[in-house]
Ligand binder design. Structure first.
Ligand SMILES: [Zn+2]
Length: 324
C-alpha cells in the first residue's frame, strides 16, 4: 500500500525535476539571446527583496502596492520582449504537467487531483498491462474489412454496415464523453464479434485524453467485490472506491456466471450509483437483453438498463476467420 503512494510520489518528483530542467534550459537560452530579460529578472528580484525588507522595517500598504505595480509592469515588458522575439509570452513561466495541482497530486482543497486518481487506477488495476493490449487494439488497427458485406440472418444491416454504425456511435460516445448525458453503452452479442476490441478502442482514446478509466472483466470485478467483503485491506478499499469514482467504468464480458445474488446485486449497486452520480459505464455481454432480464430480475434490470443504449453485434465468428 505504502509502496503505491511512494512510487507515485516519486513520479511527481521526477516530473517536477524534469520540468525544472526544461525551464532552466529555456532561461539560459533566453538570457543569452535577449540579455535585457536577464536584467529585468534581476530587477524584479531586487524590487521584491527591497520591498520585503521595507515591509519589516516600515510596514506600509502604499509601498507594497507600488512595488507590486512595478513588478507587474516589468513582467509585461518581459513578456513583450519574448513575444517580439517569436516566443510565447509564458515561455519563462513555471512549467506544470498538470496545472490543476501543479504536479503535487493534491488540490488546494486537500482532495486528490484527477491526475493522481489516474495514476492510482493505473497502479491498482494494472492499466500498464492493458496498455499493451491497447497498442494492438485501437481505432488505428480497427479493420472494417473483416466484417462481411453479405446479409446475415434476418438482420436489416450487413455485419459491415452494422459495424460502421457501431463505430459512429462509439466515436460519438468519446466526443460527448464530458457532456452530461445518460449515454451508456451496452454491447451484446455472441463472442468473436469485436465487442472487446471496440471497448479497447474507446478505452485507448479516453485514456489518451487523461480520462480516469477503470477496465475490468466482470470476473475480476467480482474478485474486487469479494476481496472488499471478505478480506478488506487499504488496497481493496481504494480499488473498490475507484469502481464508483472513476470517470469511466468498463465491464467486459458480463455473463451468466455472475448470477449468484451477491455478485449480481454488487454489480448493479455499482452501476446504479454511477448512474446516480452522472458517471458513465460501458458493458459488454454475451447475453441477449432477454437473457439478461431473466438472469437478473426484471425490476432491477429495467431500472438500470433503461439508461444504456443496447447495441447488437452479429455476424460470423471473427476469431475463426483469422485462424483459417
Ligand atoms: Zn493534477
Amino acid at each position: 500500500m505504502k509502496d503505491i503512494f511512494r512510487d507515485i510520489e516519486r513520479e511527481y518528483e521526477e516530473l517536477r525535476r524534469e520540468n525544472n530542467r526544461i525551464l532552466e534550459f529555456r532561461t539560459s537560452k533566453i538570457y543569452s539571446e535577449i540579455p535585457q530579460i536577464k536584467e529585468i529578472d534581476e530587477f524584479i528580484k531586487n524590487i521584491g527583496f527591497i520591498a520585503a525588507k521595507e515591509q519589516i522595517l516600515n510596514p506600509s500598504e502604499d509601498a507594497r502596492e507600488r512595488a507590486n505595480a512595478e513588478i507587474i509592469a516589468l513582467r509585461g515588458k518581459k513578456e513583450s520582449l519574448l513575444k517580439n522575439a517569436g516566443y510565447s509570452r509564458d515561455y519563462l513561466d513555471e512549467i506544470y504537467s498538470c496545472n490543476k495541482c501543479k504536479d503535487t497530486g493534491k488540490l488546494p482543497n486537500g482532495k486528490r487531483c484527477s491526475c493522481m486518481e489516474n495514476k492510482l487506477a493505473r497502479e491498482l488495476y494494472n492499466i500498464s498491462n492493458l496498455s499493451y493490449t491497447l497498442k494492438r487494439e485501437n481505432f488505428n488497427t480497427f479493420d472494417l474489412g473483416v466484417f462481411s458485406k453479405e446479409k446475415y440472418n434476418d438482420e436489416d444491416l450487413s455485419p459491415r454496415e452494422n459495424m460502421e454504425m457501431i463505430l459512429k456511435i462509439s466515436r460519438d460516445f468519446i466526443k460527448t464523453f464530458n457532456d452530461e448525458n445518460d449515454r451508456n453503452l451496452l454491447f451484446y452479442g455472441p463472442t468473436g464479434q469485436g465487442k472487446t476490441f471496440m471497448l479497447n478502442c474507446i478505452a485507448k482514446e479516453l485514456l489518451d485524453e487523461n480520462v480516469n478509466v477503470v477496465y475490468q472483466t466482470a470476473f475480476t470485478l467480482c474478485e474486487v467485490m469479494e476481496e472488499q467483503k471478505f478480506r478488506r485491506t487499504e488496497i481493496s478499499n481504494l480499488k473498490y472506491s475507484q469502481l464508483f469514482s472513476s470517470d469511466l467504468l468498463i465491464v467486459d464480458d458480463l455473463g451468466i456466471e455472475m448470477t449468484n445474488s451477491f455478485t449480481a446485486s454488487g454489480i448493479f449497486n455499482i452501476i446504479n450509483k454511477r448512474l446516480l452520480g452522472g458517471k458513465k459505464t460501458l458493458i459488454s455481454t454475451n447475453l441477449s437483453p432477454k437473457e439478461l432480464s431473466s438472469t437478473y430480475t426484471d425490476r432491477v434490470f429495467s431500472r438500470v438498463f433503461q439508461k444504456f443504449i443496447p447495441i447488437k453485434f452479429y455476424g460470423n465468428d471473427l476469431r475463426l476467420k483469422t485462424n483459417s
